[in-house]
Ligand binder design. Sequence first.
Ligand code: ATP
Ligand code: MG
Length: 504
Amino acid sequence: MTTFNELNISQPIMKALENMGFEEATPIQAETIPLAIDGNDVIGQAQTGTGKTAAFGIPMLEKIDANQKKIQGLVVAPTRELAVQVAEEINRLGKGKGIRTMSVFGGQQMDRQIKALKDGPQIVVATPGRLLDHMRRKTIRTDHIKTAVLDEADEMLNMGFIEDIRDILKNIPDDRQTLLFSATMPKEIRDIATNLMNSPKEAKVKAKEMTVKNIDQYFIEIPEKHKFDTLTNHLDIYAPGLAIVFTRTKKRVDEVTDGLQTRGFRAEGIHGDLTQGKRMSVLNKFKNNRVDVLVATDVAARGLDISGVTHVYNFDIPQDPEGYVHRIGRTGRAGRTGEAISFITPREMAHLHLIEKVTKSKMKRMGPPTFQEARRGQQQVAADKLRKTIDKQELQEYHETASELLQDHDSVSVVAAALKMLTKERRNAPVNISSVQPISVKKAQNSRNNKGGKPGNKKFYGKRRQGGGHKQGGQGRNQGGRNQGGRNRKGNDQRNQNNRKPSN
Ligand SMILES: Nc1ncnc2c1ncn2[C@@H]1O[C@H](COP(=O)(O)OP(=O)(O)OP(=O)(O)O)[C@@H](O)[C@H]1O
Ligand SMILES: [Mg+2]
């Protein structure tokens, strides 16, 4: 274990680390902070939730002159929510040194941003599109930037962003330091990265698996049309603290969210078509426990650090193994435990094995929970409430009424009635989710190979039919209707609809 003291960190930042409750450096921090403080370009790869933000944030802050009100550090991140979060963490780290960090992203009023930039933050955390916009208008000047960071580097150098990133880096002085971080770094992307950097040092925290050990990984083999009932049954039985449900398309985010709300869950959806204000308010509600289930596209897969996420569901299996790693990494962060449950249609079993092979981890098979088990689960939640109330021992004033009840009824009936009143009985209204095509291994592999290929060579998903919905309602298996998705497959490809390149 390495203490921050051993890493030659300055006093104001040491103080901030103490305030944040960081006692020891994580392995990626221990490895990359000295390299970066020495001025090297660094490619840092380590599992999700292991403190990469501070690993680049600390050395960047160490280089900054707080008296100079010029942008000296730049972090580029793929989504708006991540830009905000990273800016918050660096602000906390840099506060004692008097360094201000500002986030800049699309969907926010330009004139307000420009005004805030005039106040002279020393660090800017931005999404690529809006950053380029400011660079063209000269409302962000790059000539004093000493450190440039690509957070989620592989995503940023992926086809959707690569040209933007090249444009951004071209405009930053050559003697800058460049730091690239991610939990995943496919070889093709690493090669592109190396070309943009100056003899980078690679810091890779050695781990057998790409995923962290403290996430228990499961899969449930389930036909498309039973997914929704399986999800609500599972949520009822395991009553997770906070859960994130990933679906493949924005439309399915909306449908699954509506369905969960119909069945009485506190659920909200997040995807790239929502206004910035709505995206932020949904995320804040989730962080403040006013929403229990967040339904999302991959826009929420990378980097987001929300404490209390106990369960991640892949309602639809992700296309890339890397996507899988990032999605499930929203739980089991900073040493906590978590569970990841992936729904796999029978045709997608080969894709599951591909993910297992690339990530070098195994998912355990789990049977789909039944409606009866879900009911038991709901009752267990109610029974736990009773137990907790008994433990508090503040029941004296109820004893007389309780004794009267027990004179007229047997004890099991009385307790059963109390349980019934306390049980959140789910309304089992039918829910309509439109179908998607299963993912095939061949297309997934093509997509992997396409990454970082020729310009214009976009990532593709297999064609998916958006139309015909399945009714998912009622008692698990007892559904009529066949899986329509499988019957309408066509060979040709279609641009993915999963907001690959989130609009900034
Ligand atoms: N040394 C440390 N001690 C304790 N907690 C830490 C330490 N470093 C970071 N953390 C906390 O761990 C959590 C995860 O950190 P962070 O978001 O930087 O992870 P990450 O490696 O960037 O993950 P991802 O790959 O998902 O982006 C955060 O809440 C952060 O504040
Ligand atoms: Mg991160």
